[in-house]
Design a protein around this ligand. Structure first.
Ligand SMILES: C[S@@+](CC[C@H](N)C(=O)[O-])C[C@H]1O[C@@H](n2cnc3c(N)ncnc32)[C@H](O)[C@@H]1O
Length: 265
């Protein structure tokens, strides 16, 4: 189910229910519209649309998984929030203490799942995402998350903000505050157990398959972070940019490589 060229268009679906019209969304994201009664797969590899007020993305292949959206309220998030292992490993790798309000720059935000773990632990999180489609999904997730009826979710989302851009070219001078921790998760996992997470990451992988990895992501992050840089890697992958970490936390399928910037070490 790979496509020669990843293209995204706005689908003018009959069940469209959102805060903006198909034309407004298409105009904002610079996308074409797939009119009703046109088969999307003939026109593009992904469609984006509002369904029940959620900005959603779906691959158009007949065997593709269902639509994905950023929903900080949903069960996958709740699972990650209540499941002790992975969130704890991430927070431990980052040296985050619950409720201390540390600042984190998630420089490869994706669907904001890891960023939400930091925010749930009381961190102030800036998410940076270079894909305009992912940025739009995240922005929509933040809009709904802040209005969540679940007070814990709304309070966590209130600690998250979003920037569109390439974090490999982010300079320290452009930041109002130097983040204590910079978090990088540029690669896709080899395997995930939860079906929901698997669907999300699978769709992301198809969407971003033509993206070229940034050459100096880690080198630049080390200049931005005040205390440490944490890199999530598939368990057996090489070190990012060939740099040996200060220490590691190794899990079953993935690991966290921890780097202490030279000024701190
Ligand atoms: C594996 S996903 C991250 C998943 C994320 N940790 C989560 O919990 O949802 C990698 C993301 O990083 C983004 N990305 C990769 N390089 C980037 C860069 N230089 N600047 C900003 N975003 C980048 C990709 O567009 C993609 O959305």
């Amino acid at each position: 189910m790979t496509s020669a060229l990843v293209t995204v268009a706005v689908s003018e679906r009959p069940d469209w229910a959102g805060s903006e019209s198909p034309a407004e969304l298409a105009n904002r994201l610079g996308l074409a519209i797939v009119p009703q009664h046109t088969h999307p797969a003939a026109v593009c590899s992904f469609v984006i649309f509002y369904q029940e007020d959620r900005l959603s993305l779906q691959h158009t292949a007949p065997d593709a998984p269902g639509a994905i959206c950023v929903n900080f309220d949903d069960s996958a998030m709740a699972y990650r929030q209540s499941h002790p292992l992975q969130p704890e490993a991430l927070l431990k790798a980052a040296g985050v203490k619950q409720g201390k309000g540390q600042s984190v720059l998630d420089a490869t935000a994706g669907l904001g799942q890891d960023a939400y773990i930091f925010a749930s632990a009381g961190c102030q999180v800036v998410m940076m995402e270079r894909s305009p489609i992912l940025h739009a999904l995240l922005s929509d997730g933040l809009r709904r998350g802040i209005a969540s009826e679940n007070g814990r979710v709304a309070a966590s989302v209130a600690r998250m903000s979003l920037v569109h851009g390439d974090s490999a070219s982010l300079s320290r001078a452009s930041l109002t505050e130097q983040p204590e921790v910079v978090y990088l998760d540029p690669m896709f996992p080899e395997r995930r157990k939860s079906a929901k997470v698997k669907k999300n990451m699978f769709t992301l992988q198809l969407l971003l398959e033509e993206d070229v990895p940034s050459a100096d992501l880690l080198t630049n992050a080390l200049q931005l972070a005040h205390r440490r840089v944490v890199v999530k890697r598939p368990r057996h992958a090489d070190f990012l940019e060939g740099r040996r970490p200060s220490h590691q936390l190794i899990g079953k399928t993935s690991r966290f490589d921890v780097y202490v910037p030279p000024a701190v070490a």
